[in-house]
Write a new protein. Structure first.
Ligand SMILES: Nc1nc2c(ncn2[C@@H]2O[C@H](COP(=O)(O)OP(=O)(O)OP(=O)(O)O)[C@@H](O)[C@H]2O)c(=O)[nH]1
Length: 564
C-alpha cells in the first residue's frame, strides 16, 4: 500500500508526456479553427421573439467567437410584428430562423423548410391561471375567456384542452396580448404564457398562479426549432453544418455560464428591459427544458416529431403527407450515441486520461511489488548460498569454515565470561580400508552415520563439524577438560559399538580423538594445533582412544602419517 498516491519518476514522465500531447492536440485544433476575418461568410438569423435568455446560445456564440471560428459573421434579428420568422426565412431575408413546431405544418403544405435542431426538448408553452381564482382544473375554463393564439401557434395548448375533455369552442378564445394585466385583473381566466417567463412576474408581484403544462396531458412538443431552407442546405451545406455546430457550442457555453450571458444580454440585447433576476430566472427555467445534461443541445428524435405530427392531424391542422426524412436535418454524426459522444467529448478525454493515469499507477504498483518479491528472493538466495558455504554437502554438518568462525566467537566469550572451552578433533581409523573393502559409496554412508551420531550427542550451543575427509571436530563451550574427555570417551564407545549399515552390509568403525582446552589469550590456530597433536598421539597410541593435550606432553611436531 505504500506506493498509493505516490508517483515514481516514471509515472511523472508518462503523465507529463500525455499532458503535452493533449495540449498539442488542443492547440493545433485551436490554430486550425482560427479564421481570417475577411473570409467570413455573412449569414442572418431571425429570432422568434424579442431578445431574452431564450436566445442565449446565439448571443454566446457571437460573443465567444464560435461563429467566427466557424467562418461565419452572424447577424441576429429580433421578432418584428409584421413578419413571422418563417416568412423572413422563405423570403430569403435570413438564412436561418427560430420558429416553433408549426414549421411541420408548413412543410406538409410544401414549404421546403428543414429543421436543424430543437433547442428546447420540452416546449415552454403553458396555460397560466390565477391560483386564487375559481379555476382549479382545465375543465373550469369552460365558457371562460382564455387568451389563445389561433392555428398552429397554440396547437399544443389546444391539444391539451382536447385531452382534458374540452373542445376549442368550449372556451371563449381571446386574442393574445403580451401584457399580463388582463389575467391579473380577472378580465381573462387563462393566459398563454411561457413557463420560463410569466411565473417570475407573478412571484415578484406576490400573485398566486397556476401553470397547466401540455406535457402533463400527454402533449409533448419541442420548443424553438432552428430552421433553414432546402435551398440553403443544398447550396451551402458546410455553412449550415458550421452554423449549427457553432450554435450548439454557444448553447453549451450559455447553459454553463448563465450569469455571464445574462451580463451580455443586459449590456447588448436587453430590448425588453428585463431585470437581471428575471433573466436569471429565465436561464434556470430554460435549462430545465433544454436538458443539456440528458441530450446534446438541439437533439431531435423522429418519434417525437411523429407525435407532434399526430397532434396536428388530430386538430385538423395538417392533412398532407410529411416526409420527415427531408424535413429533419441529419449530418454526421447522426446517431444519439455519436451525438452524445461529441457533446461529452471532454468528459471522455478526462476519463481517458484518468484511465491512463490509473493504469500507470497500477503498473507502478505492480513493478513495486515485483521488485519487493525479487529483492526477497535475492536475499533468500544469498542466505541460502551463505548457509551452503558453511555446510558440508555430504553430511549436512557445519563445515570447517563454520567451525572456525564458531571457535573465534566462543574463544571471545570464554575469555569475557571466564568459561571453559574445549576442542575435540576426531578422525576415523583406517578409513581407507572402508573405501577399499566396501566401496566409496559405503564410505560416504559411514561418514554420514558417524556425523549423525556426533550431531545428536552434542549439547545445544555446542557444535559438531566435519573438517574434511574422515576428520570431524566438536567445540564445547562451558565444558572443562574432564567433561570433554567424558564426552569423547562415550562417543568413542558409541561409534565402536554401533555398526555402520550399508544395504545388506554391516561393518564397524573406530575413531581416535584429541582434546585441547582453550587458554585465555591464545590464538584459535594454536588451540587447533594442540588438538591436532593430541589426535596424532591418540593415533600413534593405537587408535580407538582419546588423548588430551598437555603442555608438558611429549608430542611429536611433524605431520601425522596414516598407518593401517
Ligand atoms: N568415501 C569417502 N572417502 C573419503 C572421503 N574423504 C576422504 N576419504 C578417504 O578417506 C581415506 C583417508 O585415508 P588416510 O588419510 O590414509 O587415513 P586412514 O585410512 O583413515 O587411516 P588413519 O587415519 O591413519 O587411521 C582416503 O582413502 C580418502 O580417499 C569421502 O568424502 N568419502
Amino acid at each position: 500500500m505504500e506506493s498509493m498516491g505516490v508517483f515514481s519518476g516514471g509515472d511523472f514522465r508518462a503523465w507529463t508526456t500525455l499532458l503535452v500531447l493533449v495540449s498539442l492536440l488542443l492547440g493545433v485544433s485551436g490554430i486550425a479553427a482560427a479564421k481570417d476575418e475577411s473570409a467570413l461568410v455573412e449569414v442572418a438569423i431571425q429570432l422568434k421573439w424579442r431578445h431574452q435568455f431564450q436566445f442565449a446560445g446565439y448571443y454566446a456564440a457571437i460573443e465567444q467567437g464560435y461563429y467566427r471560428d466557424a467562418g461565419l459573421n452572424v447577424t441576429l434579428y429580433e421578432r418584428s410584428e409584421s413578419r413571422s420568422p418563417i416568412d423572413q426565412l422563405m423570403s430569403g431575408r435570413v438564412e436561418f430562423a427560430v420558429a416553433d413546431t408549426g414549421a411541420l405544418i408548413y412543410r406538409a403544405s410544401g414549404v421546403p423548410l428543414v429543421a436543424l435542431a430543437a433547442i428546447f426538448q420540452s416546449s415552454p408553452s403553458v396555460l397560466v391561471t390565477r391560483a386564487d381564482g375559481p379555476i382549479d382544473s382545465l375543465y373550469d375554463l369552460k365558457n371562460q375567456p382564455v387568451m389563445l393564439s389561433g392555428g398552429y401557434m397554440n396547437a399544443e395548448l389546444l391539444a391539451m384542452l382536447a385531452n382534458a375533455g374540452m373542445a376549442v369552442d368550449d372556451v371563449q378564445v381571446v386574442p393574445s396580448e403580451t401584457s399580463l394585466e388582463p389575467l391579473i385583473s380577472g378580465e381573462v381566466a387563462g393566459y398563454n404564457g411561457y413557463s420560463t417567463n410569466e411565473p417570475f412576474e407573478f412571484t415578484r408581484r406576490a400573485i398566486p398562479y397556476r401553470v397547466f403544462r401540455p406535457s402533463d396531458y400527454g402533449i409533448d412538443f419541442y420548443g424553438d426549432i432552428l430552421l433553414t431552407t432546402e435551398t440553403m442546405l443544398n447550396t451551402a451545406p458546410d455553412v449550415t453544418r458550421n452554423f449549427l455546430e457553432a450554435t450548439r457550442r454557444g448553447w453549451d457555453y450559455a447553459l454553463t455560464h448563465p450569469d455571464k450571458v445574462v451580463d451580455l444580454i443586459l449590456r447588448d440585447y436587453n430590448t425588453l428591459g428585463k431585470s437581471r433576476e428575471h433573466l436569471m430566472f429565465e436561464a434556470e427555467a430554460s435549462k430545465s427544458l433544454i436538458l443539456p445534461n440528458v441530450v446534446p443541445v438541439g437533439y431531435m428524435n423522429e418519434e417525437r416529431w411523429r407525435h407532434i405530427e399526430s397532434v396536428f392531424r388530430d386538430q385538423g391542422l395538417l392533412t398532407g403527407e410529411v416526409d420527415l426524412n427531408t424535413f429533419l436535418y441529419s449530418a454526421e454524426p447522426d446517431s444519439l450515441f455519436d451525438e452524445l459522444f461529441w457533446a461529452h467529448r471532454w468528459y471522455w478525454l478526462v476519463a481517458l486520461v484518468s484511465m491512463v493515469g490509473l493504469a500507470l499507477l497500477l503498473h507502478a504498483r505492480r513493478l513495486h511489488a515485483e521488485v519487493a518479491v525479487r529483492t526477497r528472493q535475492l536475499s533468500d538466495a544469498k542466505q541460502q548460498a551463505e548457509q551452503e558455504a558453511r555446510t558440508d554437502y555430504l553430511t549436512n554438518l557445519p563445515n570447517r569454515r563454520h567451525l572456525l568462525e564458531c571457535l573465534v566467537r566462543y574463544s571471545a566469550q570464554s575469555q569475557r565470561h571466564d568459561l571453559p572451552l574445549s576442542l575435540i578433533m576426531i578422525d576415523v581409523d583406517y578409513f581407507k580400508r572402508v573405501n577399499d573393502e566396501y566401496g566409496h559409496a559405503a564410505g560416504d554412508e559411514a561418514l554420514r552415520q558417524v556425523s549423525a551420531l556426533l550431531a545428536e550427542s552434542v549439547r545445544t550451543g555446542d557444535m559438531a563439524a566435519r573438517m574434511g575427509g574422515e576428520e570431524f571436530a566438536i567445540v564445547c563451550l562451558n565444558n572443562d577438560a574432564q567433561e570433554a574427555v567424558a564426552l569423547a570417551q562415550r562417543l568413542c564407545q558409541d561409534i565402536a559399538s554401533t555398526p555402520v549399515t550399508f544395504g545388506s552390509t554391516e561393518f564397524s568403525l573406530t575413531v581416535s580423538m584429541g582434546i585441547a582446552v582453550y587458554e585465555h589469550g591464545e590464538a584459535v590456530s594454536s588451540l587447533l594445533q594442540k588438538a591436532d597433536l593430541a589426535l596424532y598421539q591418540a593415533k600413534a597410541g593405537g587408535r580407538n582412544r582419546v588423548q588430551t593435550w598437555h603442555a608438558d606432553g611429549d608430542l611429536p611436531s611433524g605431520p601425522r602419517t596414516a598407518s593401517p
